[in-house]
Write a protein that binds this ligand. Structure first.
Ligand code: PLP
Length: 470
């Protein structure tokens, strides 16, 4: 019979060093691996036994399967040739922060269950208010506050719940509540509204630059009021997923104030650019917003997960989400002197996410992160200029940040073939998308490992393939 065994600290040291070596090797070779996994569906399942192991295995045997089973099935988001979706970025300090957080295994649901998980998060998230140029009142030292949610989808879901709660407290029925966002908003807004039980979700028309039309929002709100519905929530986006379009934050904010709607601003990707002052004009009018989200893991060197969610006033958030069962009562909470983050999101248990953000901010300094962001935007501008000069290609949207959207002038088939050919190269990976029947390519620059030479290699590939597919 096998006896129960634990990994001793000494064994952990040995295997831990080996895992760090393995990860460092992965970092060194990720640029040589194909960006997309080349396995067929089901390959990984077929490599694994049908049953869980009954007997313990040596750690070395487990580690050996990383190269045998895991690496072939990886989509290499860390590749310098990553130009798809938006990036998901990590780094040495980000990964080490995540490792330490895992080893410390904190449960930060209450201040009392981990004072450092709570207070470090509060401080680091308050730092971000200044770094991103957000309204000073959004700090926990004022009426507002920030918290690290898992993802931007979770942040939007919470904002939708708080808005609905406010509306219901004012007498609205849930089936009367309406959530508005643009046709170009991320699908998480519509999904969050469904989960939060909204009676109606309205997708507002956009203009030629794919930004929400404030006049169309105003009309939709008036029509709904006339039909007895209750405008409850509106989400505007700074940097839409398809093209990084920027909604008119101030105009939407004014309409929201006029009609008592909660105004959530989704800046999941482009919000990171606000570390640099020159981009902040894109979110003029934030002082009229009720909540805001930005994902550091989409463009700064912080490891997934952790979406920053800020509210201008934390009282309605806590009012909507606070439930106090007997077993969570404690002196610190009752003193009113501490934050209990369980009241700031849906989950009870919470990870020590701020540790990796703290590591990253200290290791790179804000100046180091800004330098990378600016370099990425510069390379995107250069790529956009090349597209504009090329008579076979055309830009389909402005390039306010580091996403370049363009198409082949010969039409959808040529555009889609161009994407297929570039992705077949193995060294670079981009995504094709569609708006209103028009196919286009998205080149999203922001992977931490990407350098100018990788954008150059991508351009050479586009240039050669564009000639072939026309
Ligand atoms: N909002 C925008 C503008 C996005 O681009 C995305 C994802 O790309 C999301 C929200 C959803 O992000 P998450 O995966 O953090 O939920």
């Amino acid at each position: 019979m096998t006896s129960h065994r634990d990994m001793t600290p000494d064994e952990f040291r040995t295997h831990g060093y080996a895992m760090i070596d393995w990860l460092a090797n992965y970092m060194e070779r990720v640029g040589d691996l194909p960006v997309q996994s080349e396995v067929e569906p089901g390959w990984i399942r077929q490599m694994l036994p049908g049953q869980a192991p009954e007997e313990p295995e040596p750690f070395d045997a487990i580690a050996a399967d990383l190269d045998r089973i895991v690496v072939p099935g990886l989509t290499n988001w860390m590749s310098p040739g990553w130009f798809a979706y938006f990036p998901c970025t990590t780094s040495g300090p980000g990964t080490l922060g995540e490792l330490v957080a895992a080893g410390l295994d904190q449960q930060g649901m209450l201040w009392a269950t981990s004072p450092v998980c709570t207070e470090l998060e509060t401080v680091v998230v308050d730092w971000m208010v200044d770094l991103l140029g957000l309204p000073a009142g959004w700090k926990t030292t004022d009426r507002g506050g920030g918290v690290m949610q898992q993802t931007a989808s979770d942040a939007a879901h919470v904002a939708l719940v708080v808005a609905r709660d406010q509306s219901q407290r004012r007498g609205a029925r849930i089936d009367q509540c309406v959530a508005y966002t643009s046709t170009q908003a991320h699908s998480s807004i519509e999904k969050g509204a469904r989960v939060a039980g909204y009676g109606h979700v309205k997708l507002v028309e956009v203009d030629d630059s794919y930004a929400m039309r404030a006049d169309a929002l105003g009309e939709a709100v008036s029509d709904d009021l006339a039909s007895g519905l209750v405008p409850t929530f509106v989400c505007s986006t700074v940097g839409t997923t398809a093209t990084t379009a920027v909604d008119p934050i101030r105009n939407v904010g004014e309409l929201a104030r006029q009609h008592g709607m909660w105004h959530h601003v989704d800046a999941a990707f482009a919000g990171n650019a606000m570390l640099c002052e020159e981009f902040r004009h894109h979110q003029d009018g934030l002082e009229l917003a009720d909540s805001y989200t930005v994902n550091p893991y989409k463009w700064t060197p912080m490891t997934f997960d952790g979406s920053l969610f800020f509210v201008a006033d934390r009282a309605p958030l806590i009012q909507a989400l606070s439930i106090l069962p007997e077993y969570l009562r404690n002196q610190a909470s009752e003193s009113g002197q501490v934050i209990d983050y369980r009241d700031w999101h849906v989950a009870l248990g919470r990870r020590f996410r701020s540790l990796k953000l703290w590591f990253v901010l200290r290791y790179y300094g804000a100046s180091g992160i800004r330098a990378r962001l600016r370099a990425n935007v510069g390379w995107a501008q250069d790529l956009a200029a090349r597209v504009e000069e090329d008579e076979r290609l055309e830009l389909v949207a402005p390039v306010p940040f580091s996403l370049v959207c363009f198409r082949h002038r010969s039409g959808n088939d040529a555009t889609e073939s161009l994407a297929t050919e570039v992705n077949r190269s193995g060294h670079s990976y981009l995504t094709a998308s569609r708006i209103g029947g028009m196919s286009f390519l998205r080149v999203s620059i922001g992977q931490v490992n990407t350098r100018e030479e990788h954008v150059e290699r991508l351009w050479r590939c586009i240039d050669e393939e564009a000639l072939r597919v026309a």
